[in-house]
Design a protein. Structure first.
Lengths: 463, 81, 412
């Protein structure tokens, strides 16, 4: 490296701004310092808190095992950063290289990382959403509010949407002895993320734990009482559910509104980037000073035919942040692609659900280990004759094997015998994912673009 | 003390829940729940749990009081987006 | 002709330092000698195979043992105990291990091991108090052996005074993993089935007694409990109890002895441990990498032809996974032959990985931590009288038979 080239100067005295002070933003900032960035580092976050971990909000916090305001993320190292917390970024001037803030300030940058993540999709009718007792769960404040409601012993909680978050909330309710109804538009819980075959197992799990699960229905209206408290919900099948807490769990929206008109390739499906996390502008030309990481980014993944993937996964935020940060301060030939195999977990109804790869890409599923009827299992997803994803219910120790299979694009269905393979498990069957044009509540991986490999477009509705 | 467990790595060996049961709790046979901000009194057991994790998934604060500088540099602004 | 690598591993002459042989072995990650087992010695390959659902632990899937000196064919005689979960595949393995764990660890018994801390400390203190002449101590006989035996007896509810009776059986069973490469294979391990049966009969009597007179020990709970998986049959209970008893006997003794030997060879680390007992935690993890008490897993077989590092391992062949070699793989660990408790990256294979990973791991860890920190604190100026010490013949459960040390006195 040239001792006083532009990159060297950037590393020594440049200005890096990270918009989004959550998991991805924090880990990116740490990586920048790890890798020797000595210039000024600014983290901007719309919430007035230092970075905290969100997964506990739908688990430990609701179970009373942790307080919502005690989930701050541990630090891997000291940062020596300037924090602008409690103030949202409201605009980007790409030409002048400045981020505008809600308080009118402008923050100049040499390199920008966007890690603004997602927010909960609100209940579409504002008046109903404003009723006392109607809650979305995304932030620490939401977690505290819901935990407080559960502690008050509500007569019934209604969860709208049986994705991972909704199912975890229902699980926490049952564990606390609170009656809960779950209303899901799709045919089963988790159907958007794991398909109907596994969704049926999730449905059985919910019912076995006493959840009043209603699938194939929509909530059409929420009703309040005279004091403005929610009291009931109308369902599309004509029934009414009386509930004093309603949790709206309809998935997430990407926080890209603030980039509207900036010229960056950002929209409802996220910020399009290359495999090295460099953002595209609206002309489809890659920028060299703006990067994106975490839930808000959509990157082509080499393992999956360079399909653009938006991954709302904790692990993706961590690994993408590291790649983006490294690439921000590296020569083009030293840059790294984001290659990590996607992975996520959920814990609900006493079962640990884990996944590797991209199940939603699969069209077929086999169960090479365990049984869908209880005691846990591994499900493997196939697409065009190769393994693209796997899910385990209480079988996590086998997943590393299937992760290797995904990395090797191993043939599907797996042609070998396995321990504990049940007689009916040889035969792959339709994984039964819902039609992508019909919105479901909980896909956490969105296929959002052309796949150059097969020249086929996957339709994803822009909500 | 603040901790976070990378549950993508976790395979449910439960070493942490054996060694520091006040901080880590198995939820079912394989799922793990934990207190993200355990008491100072748990420090020794926590160190045992961290070291024993077969997949090294537990991250503990490497910085003692990282939030002091944040409070100083934070300006009062209207919260939220 | 030089001795084959397989023979070198098993040759008792190499027991004190098998690591150069492992280094040689790693040059061919999947080593195969004519008609012998397939020996896997590199970290990543071993770790993969430990998580591979095509690899069976059930001896029934072994097509031919060929000339595998460690092979233990499936026992079908009625007099034998059925295989323990160590030698079973899912779903039976999962069911038995889950039912056993119900009375040992989380989620159902989260405080069992944590609650033994005071007891462990007390046993260690008692044994060190009773050492006698500090000028000549056999650490194995006076400390490393009686300590875990006392612990496992308390845990299971086996009267300590019966120890002499089952000591012999446990040794005979462990010795079936202790091949003399030149012995007639037909004679090898001949005593084991008999010992296993006698141990089984002893345990059966004890279980009967515990059923009548239950205590808060694991045997009492295992014998009477009824969970979602039902109750263990008497035969399942016997083989599980035998497994725990033997595992409790034959592994921690080596971890503690190897540990003290390693500390005495690294006096700077011993000095640091004396000053800060908390260092015992990373020391024990590094020990599990550096000198693992179970050196290799000889009991696996593929259910289909599999390819590992370019070598096809045929279905039904015998497979050895040399954990201790994977732990010294320079592709995985920097300076692998250096004992370094400050090592940050330490995902060792010392307790296995995957579904068969060591059942008693948390207890073994605590035992070794208490043992080493107390020995470091209380023995004044300890030194080795013999280095290397004499080893047990066993190549799998490897450790010194005696460890002669001396010190200037015992601190209170």
């Amino acid at each position: 490296m040239n001792g006083d080239g532009p990159l060297h100067r950037l590393r020594r005295e440049g200005r890096i701004v990270v918009v989004g002070a959550s998991l991805a933003g924090l880990r990116a900032a740490e990586t920048l310092r790890d890798e020797g960035f000595a210039g000024s580092l600014t983290l901007i976050g719309d919430e007035p808190y230092e970075p905290y971990d969100r997964p506990p909000l739908s688990k430990q916090v609701l179970l009373g095992m942790a307080d919502a305001d005690r989930t701050a993320l541990p630090r891997r190292r000291a940062l020596d950063a300037t924090w602008r917390l409690g103030v949202a970024a409201t605009g980007l001037d790409m030409a002048a290289r400045r981020v505008r803030l809600a308080d009118g300030d402008e923050v100049p940058y040499d390199r920008l990382l966007i890690a603004t993540g997602v927010r909960a999709r609100p209940w579409p009718r504002e008046a109903e959403a404003a009723l006392d007792g109607v809650i979305c769960l995304r932030s620490r404040g939401d977690g505290a509010a819901l935990a407080r409601r559960l502690a008050e012993g509500p007569r019934r909680v209604l969860v709208i949407g049986a994705g991972f978050t909704g199912s975890e909330i229902a699980s926490a309710c049952r564990e606390r002895g609170v009656a809960v109804t779950v209303a899901e538009r799709g045919a089963a819980p988790l159907v958007g993320a794991l398909g109907g075959v596994v969704g049926a197992v999730a449905a059985e799990l919910q019912r076995a734990h006493g959840v009043d699960l209603r699938c194939g229905v929509m909530v059409t209206a929420l009703e309040g009482d005279a004091s403005g408290r929610v009291r009931a919900a109308q369902l599309s099948d004509g029934s009414t559910v009386e509930a004093d807490v309603v949790v709206v769990s309809l998935g997430a929206q990407r926080n890209t509104d603030w980039l509207a008109g900036s010229g960056l390739g950002a929209g409802p499906r996220g910020i399009a980037c290359d495999a090295g996390c460099r953002a595209f502008d609206i002309r489809g030309i890659v920028t060299d000073d703006i990067f994106a990481a975490g839930d808000v980014a959509r990157c082509p993944h080499p393992l999956f035919g360079y399909q653009f993937l938006s991954l709302e996964h904790w692990g993706n935020a961590v690994s993408q942040a590291r790649i983006a940060a490294h690439n921000m301060i590296s020569e083009s030939t030293d840059r790294l692609p984001h290659l990590a195999v996607p992975a996520f977990w959920s814990s609900q109804f006493g079962v640990s659900i884990k996944s590797v790869g991209v199940p939603t890409l699969g069209t077929e599923i086999v169960v090479p280990q365990g049984s869908l009827d209880g005691g846990g299992f591994v499900g493997v997803y196939g697409y065009q004759g190769r393994v693209v994803g796997a899910v385990s219910f209480d079988h996590a120790r086998w997943l590393p094997f299937y992760e290797e299979q995904i990395e090797k694009a191993a043939p599907f269905p797996p042609p070998f015998p396995t321990l504990d393979r049940r007689p009916d498990a040889q035969r792959p069957r339709d994984a039964d994912f819902p039609d992508p044009s019909v919105p479901t509540h909980g896909p956490t991986v969105t296929l959002s673009g052309y796949s150059p490999a097969d020249r086929r477009m996957t339709f994803t509705p822009a909500h | 003390m603040r901790i976070v467990v990378d549950l993508n790595r976790c395979q449910g060996y439960a070493q942490c829940a054996f060694l520091a049961p006040e901080v880590f709790v198995m939820h079912g046979e394989e799922g793990l729940l934990y207190d993200p901000e355990p008491d100072e009194a748990q420090r020794e057991k926590l160190a045992q749990a961290v070291a024993a994790c077969p997949v090294q998934a537990i991250l503990v604060d490497a910085v003692e009081t990282p939030d002091r500088r944040i409070r100083r540099s934070r300006r009062a602004h209207r919260p939220g987006r | 002709m030089t001795q084959s690598l397989l023979h070198q591993i098993l040759d008792p002459a190499n027991r004190a330092d098998p690591y150069p042989i492992y280094a040689e072995l790693r040059k061919t990650p999947v080593h195969h000698e004519e008609d012998g087992p397939f020996v896997v010695s590199t970290y990543y390959e071993i770790r993969s195979l430990l998580h591979d659902p095509r690899i069976s632990s059930d001896a029934h899937n072994l097509v031919s043992t060929g000339h595998d000196p460690l092979a233990e064919p499936a026992q079908e005689e009625q007099s034998e105990l059925p295989p323990s979960f160590l030698r079973l595949d899912p779903p039976e393995h999962d069911r038995l291990r889950r039912m056993t764990n119900r009375h040992f660890g989380p989620p159902h018994s989260p405080h069992r091991v944590d609650g033994m801390r005071g007891e462990l400390q007390g046993i260690v203190t008692g044994l060190i108090d009773g050492i006698g002449d500090p000028g000549r101590i056999d650490l194995v006989d006076q400390f490393s052996y009686p300590f875990p035996v006392t612990v496992i007896c308390r845990l299971l509810g086996v009267p300590r005074e019966d120890e002499a009776r089952f000591h012999g059986w446990a040794d005979a069973i462990a010795a079936s993993l202790d091949p003399d490469p030149d012995a007639d294979p037909a004679e090898r391990g001949k005593g084991a089935p008999d010992a296993r049966m006698q141990l089984g009969m002893y345990l059966a009597g004890l279980i009967e007694e515990r059923r009548k007179n239950p205590g808060d020990d694991m045997l009492s709970e295992l014998a009477s409990a009824k969970g979602p998986d039902g109750t263990l049959t008497t035969m399942e209970l016997l083989s599980t109890a035998a497994l725990l008893l033997i595992a409790g006997h034959e592994t921690t003794v080596n971890l503690v002895t190897n540990g003290m030997l390693t500390l005495l060879r690294n006096p700077d680390v011993l000095q640091r441990l004396r000053a800060d007992p908390r260092l015992a935690v990373p020391i024990v993890e590094e020990l599990l990498r550096f000198e693992p008490p179970v050196q290799l897993v000889p009991q696996r077989t593929p259910l289909a032809d599999i390819e590992v590092h370019g070598v096809t391992i045929p279905k039904g062949s015998s497979l050895w996974l040399v954990l201790a070699s994977g732990n010294r793989d320079p592709r995985r660990f920097e300076n692998p032959d250096r004992f370094d408790p400050d090592r940050r990256d330490i995902q060792h294979l010392g307790l296995g990985s995957g579904i068969h990973s060591c059942f008693g791991a948390p207890l073994a860890r605590l035992e070794a931590q208490f043992a080493l920190s107390e020995l470091a604190r209380r023995l004044e100026n300890p030194r080795l009288l013999e280095d290397p010490p004499p080893y047990r013949q066993n190549a799998v459960l490897r450790g010194p038979r005696h460890l002669s040390i001396a010190c200037d006195g015992i601190r209170p």
